[in-house]
Design a protein around this ligand. Structure first.
Ligand code: NAD
Length: 356
């Protein structure tokens, strides 16, 4: 199969980890007889430096013409410390999600057995946890009207959802539940927020089309608590943009590290695949970033965008084998990990390639 992939590495460790993600895709192409061609494009701080624009038009055009996007991260400390900056790296990411109509962010949270002890949650509560989050991506407070009044002393961000936005992500989540344990939890704050009441209403309507799926509704506060108390009770979770942002970072602790979690942002056309972590400036350029989230994002690309199930499984299996062999990057190592098994980004990539 021939596929064209745009690599948008972005900022910070985005460059380092996508290099490994791409190497893995290349090895898969070789092993399974596919032809993957690549292009590169700028976004975020890197794009601002080069063009003054966090999302150059060329990046949007190249992305639209591709079959899938392997994305790194955006962000730079310069902007984190200057909330008033008008041009910001994250505008690049929000912009490309909007331009490609990527309304659903899928985040599988699955713990590799070997990392059971690197999570801050007790292993007996964790073993077997396997959750698939669907976070809505194009609505909510991120895109509602925002502003200041009273001479800048009062600020607001409107939480807005429309029926069709809730319906289309609910359908994706229910479809996924049908292929898994047939359980779906919808998370909102319907006791307080009108937008959440619409959310719940629409999910209940969609649920009628999926009588086999067991549905529950949780408030965001209760869901945040239950996720730590009993992660195994969840199968598919569907929620809005803001609640999903927070809940999935919390859930990352189930997997032991941000460096292990992949995500897929999909709509009805080109999908974008990225680690959930950011540009991690504290470790940029040190060669210690964990590339596994990028590699697992590449596996999601193979599965979701290209329908290459066996290829995706081969990648996940290689990650599993490398972990079973005892290799760790610094973020997932613990006091018992022998020093010679703690690898940098490049060396971890080499181990993966050798397993593939
Ligand atoms: P971060 O995810 O970049 O880092 C949080 C912590 O996790 C850091 O200590 C970092 O070293 C560690 N970490 C993250 N990824 C790792 C990896 N692959 N291997 C090893 N350790 C890893 O979040 P942050 O520090 O809050 O944000 C840094 C910048 O990233 C900010 O500018 C922020 O806006 C941006 N950001 C971007 C995205 C994105 O592009 N999707 C997501 C979150 C944050």
């Amino acid at each position: 199969m021939k596929k064209h992939i745009v690599v948008i590495a972005g900022d910070g460790i985005g460059q380092e980890v996508t290099t490994v993600g791409k190497q893995v895709l290349d090895r898969i192409a070789e092993k399974f007889g596919h032809e993957f061609t690549y292009d590169e494009a700028l976004i975020g701080h890197a794009a601002i430096e080069a063009t003054g624009n966090p999302l150059p038009e060329e990046t949007v055009t190249k992305s639209k013409q591709s079959d899938a996007i392997l994305f790194g991260a955006v962000g730079h400390p310069k902007y984190d410390n200057d909330p008033s900056a008008k041009v910001r790296p994250e505008q690049g990411l929000l912009g490309i999600r909007k331009a490609l109509g990527l309304y659903a962010n899928l985040r599988p949270i699955k713990l590799f057995d070997e990392l059971l002890h690197s999570s801050s949650i007790k292993p007996e509560f964790l073993q077997g946890a396997d959750i698939l989050f669907f976070r809505e991506l194009t609505g909510d407070v991120y895109f509602g009207e925002k502003g200041r009044k009273d001479d800048g002393n009062t600020a607001y961000d409107l939480m807005i959802y429309s029926r069709y936005e809730v319906e289309r992500i609910a359908v994706k989540a229910f479809d996924a539940a049908m292929t898994r344990r047939k359980k779906l939890c919808s998370v909102d704050k319907a006791n307080v927020l009108e937008s959440s009441r619409l959310w719940r209403e629409v999910v209940q309507e969609v649920a009628k089309r999926y009588p086999e799926v067991e549905v529950e509704h949780q408030f965001i506060d209760a869901a945040a608590m239950l996720l730590i108390k009993d992660p195994r009770r969840f199968d598919v979770v569907v929620t809005g943009n803001l609640f999903g942002d927070i809940l999935t970072d919390e859930a990352s602790q189930i997997a032991g590290s941000m460096g292990m979690l992949a995500s897929a942002s999909v709509g009805d056309t080109t999908g974008l695949y990225e680690p959930i972590h950011g540009s991690a400036h504290d470790i940029t350029g040190k060669g210690v970033a964990n590339p596994l989230a990028s590699v697992l994002s590449a596996a999601l690309m193979l599965d979701i965008s290209f329908g290459m199930k066996a290829e995706a499984e081969a990648v996940v299996d290689a990650v599993d084998q490398v972990l079973k062999a005892g290799f760790r990057t610094r973020d997932i190592a613990d006091a018992n990990t022998p020093k010679d098994l703690i690898l940098g980004t490049e060396a971890m990539g080499k181990q993966l390639l050798s397993k593939l």
